[in-house]
Design a protein around this ligand. Structure first.
Ligand code: PSV
Ligand code: MN
Length: 414
């Protein structure tokens, strides 16, 4: 990595010859922002076993300390998503929590209510047939709306474990109506200038039906709710073979793409490093976002520029901090590759119906080794050129192992 300079010069020549403004690409890379999840710093597992990782965070302070370290190593991860009540502070001191983050050079990002972990939610939350449970869920989500300004957050991120396991278990239309009514009430309680992101998932923990199974359901409800409601795309929440970049393109064009939960799914949900299974897919998703952000279309451009990019990953066997840093870097690399797509040339061959040439142009950008460019950008930003190596050499991991030990718990802000 230290010897990247000659490769960087050669890359600049190559990109410039293709008509790409390298300084503009670097400026865009400096502005990239990937939010990390507080829960990704704690121990987690599969339903069969949670392996405790030495030094893994158990309190929200530790999660914020770790997130600050990730930001220090990468320069592009300045915010952390929180999950309530996992991150509920003692005495509800949200101001103190916000200040704690800011003192470490980061901010709190999306607020995620949790209406799935209590026994009462066995049959669902907003979709539950019991009005008392619906109300309990509603109260918690509205409480999260009140917490948002205290944490200076403008994103409410909603995911529901609601659904049914057996045909006949509940009325599908009844659940739809209960959900709509609940979401409408939440929407009315949103802080001004904030956004509600509605996440979908086609399976798990309910297996016969899921109340928000796909982007279409989420989109339909966002349309009904109003402009503050947008769809959140979690990469792990689709069936095999689904063309996620097409969903992304559609939602951008309609002004309703609000955020991402990045991860990579091999067979089920979201616990693998983003871009590790299918880097081409991640590139194609970024290609849609970048193409829109830098286009002349006002709605698509504003929407793409306002997307909340978040990781939603739990690392079970590969450590905690280094994989999170690696995930941020995977997003950075995919974004860089999307920035070197020669768009004018691509549009020309698309228009001319030159199918193979269009594929070759797009694939050419994907195949570009952007690592020297990223090394240069990092150096200019004053962060390590190789963030994972720098993290390993920093002594942070040894320090937290000694100070924190190995614990199974994952607690809140003390
Ligand atoms: C559910 O699978 C999910 O993707 C939701 O975003 C949750 O909030 C998150 O994982 C953490 O459980
Ligand atoms: Mn998610």
């Amino acid at each position: 990595m230290d010897n990247y300079k000659a490769a960087y010069e050669a890359l600049v020549d190559n990109l410039t010859a293709q008509g790409i403004d390298v300084e503009a690409v670097k400026a865009a890379l400096r502005q990239q922002h990937i939010e990390t999840p507080s829960w990704g710093y704690a121990n987690s597992g599969t339903r069969f076993k949670a392996f405790a990782w030495p030094g893994a965070a158990t309190t929200t302070q530790q999660k914020l300390d770790d997130a600050a370290m990730v930001h220090k190593m990468t320069g592009i991860a300045p915010s952390v998503a929180v999950h309530i009540p996992w991150d509920r502070p003692a005495d509800d001191d949200y101001d103190g929590m916000c200040q704690y983050a800011e003192e470490r050079g980061i901010v709190i990002g999306a607020v995620n209510p949790n209406v799935f972990q209590d026994d009462e939610y066995k049959l669902g939350s907003l979709g539950n047939p019991d009005p008392a449970i619906q109300e309990r869920a509603l109260d918690h989500i509205i409480e999260c709306c009140e917490i948002m300004p205290k944490l200076k957050s403008d994103v409410l991120s909603l995911w529901f474990a609601d659904g049914t396991n057996y045909a006949g278990q509940d009325s599908l239309r009844g659940r739809k109506r209960r959900f709509e009514a609940g979401l409408e009430l939440v929407y009315k309680n949103m802080p001004a200038n904030s956004r509600m992101l509605v996440e979908y998932k086609f399976f798990e923990p309910a297996f016969y039906s899921t109340d928000i199974p796909d982007w279409g359901t989420s989109y339909a409800w966002c349309l009904k709710l109003g402009p503050q409601a947008q769809v959140l795309v979690d990469l792990g929440h689709h069936a095999q073979g689904v063309n996620i970049e097409q969903i992304v393109a559609f939602l951008i064009d309609e002004g309703r793409l609000g955020g991402f939960h990045f991860n990579n799914r091999k067979y089920a949900d979201d616990d693998l490093l983003v871009g590790s299974v299918n880097p081409f897919e991640l590139f194609l998703i970024y290609n849609e976002l970048t193409g829109a952000a830098f286009s002349d279309d006002a709605v698509a451009s504003a929407t793409a520029k306002n997307v909340a990019y978040m990781l939603d990953q739990c690392h079970n066997i590969e450590g905690k901090m280094a994989p999170i840093i690696q995930s941020v870097l995977n997003c950075q690399e995919a974004y860089a590759k999307s920035l070197v797509v020669p768009r004018a040339k691509l549009a020309q061959v698309q228009q001319a119906g030159e199918v193979l040439e269009a594929y070759r142009i797009l694939n050419g950008a994907f195949s570009t080794d952007v690592r020297p460019l990223l090394a240069k950008v990092r150096e200019e930003m004053g962060v390590p050129v190789d963030p994972v190596a720098a993290y390993r050499a920093s002594g942070y991991e040894a320090k937290i192992r000694t100070e924190r030990g190995t614990a199974n718990a994952s607690g809140g802000f003390q």
